[in-house]
Design a protein around this ligand. Sequence first.
Ligand SMILES: [Fe+2]
Ligand SMILES: [Fe+2]
Length: 283
Amino acid sequence: MLEWMNFLYVLTENEYEQRKNGPMKIPSTDEILLQLKDYSNDDLSRYTVLMKDAFQQVGPIFTKPQYVDFFWHCASTVPGWIAEVVLANADAESQGAKKLVDLWKSTTIDKEIEDSILFHAKDEARHSHLFVKLDSIAFPESNTDGELSKIKDGLTKINSHDLVKDGVSVSNYDLLDYLVQMNMGEIRTLVHMHFLGPVIFAMTPKESKDKVYTILQGLAKDEVIHIGYTSKLIEDWCNDSNYTVAKHLYHNRLMDFHKHTISQTADTIKKYGQNQYPALLEI
Ligand SMILES: [Fe+2]
Ligand SMILES: [Fe+2]
């Protein structure tokens, strides 16, 4: 039986076998919004409408069943692919942490917002290490300790002496733009966790499943928190007069992000897709 845990479901060996014939589940925007409610009772009424409308109108590639099918195809047919994806995530989280520190340096609008951004940056830096750990525990054969420690050395470190404002202050609108892009980026990360998490868990050696489960749940929980605080800040920004501005911005940024995700995925689709996923290359 497919079991919903707090944030992610996990598959038994048997389900993993059966799942080879069917798509994984993608959380809907309603399910994501419901998860946010677990963390806060904030009013997100304007955010809810602009986010749901944008997702419905744009239909980003990462919400398409074919996208999940393709990931499943790669995970189940290309040896070592999923371990590479885990390490690519370490790098992506590290870059995310660096961008957030840069944003923190140029944000002087509101102390509470600045603190949230810095907290987020530290989370992503920690996540980058967790993905390396995940690779070593879930796929012990895939990399040597030497290779992994070299990767770890290159990850973003946040030292307190580097945390100095850079004197360039980001405008209110530009901050909203960053928050909107972060919000959809976090949603994509959560969606990825929902279909990659169960595969990683299923491939993990039995004796390490508990540890991997804890790491995966922790990562998914943090991503829900990241979606939650950015949603709240977007909601706060939306008053009667600038709601339309935020709505257009979210829609346009989601279209950009959709195209960006296609270009990020295109090479892998051409390499491993065996011409079975042409719709994923269409904008
Ligand atoms: Fe993360
Ligand atoms: Fe995140």
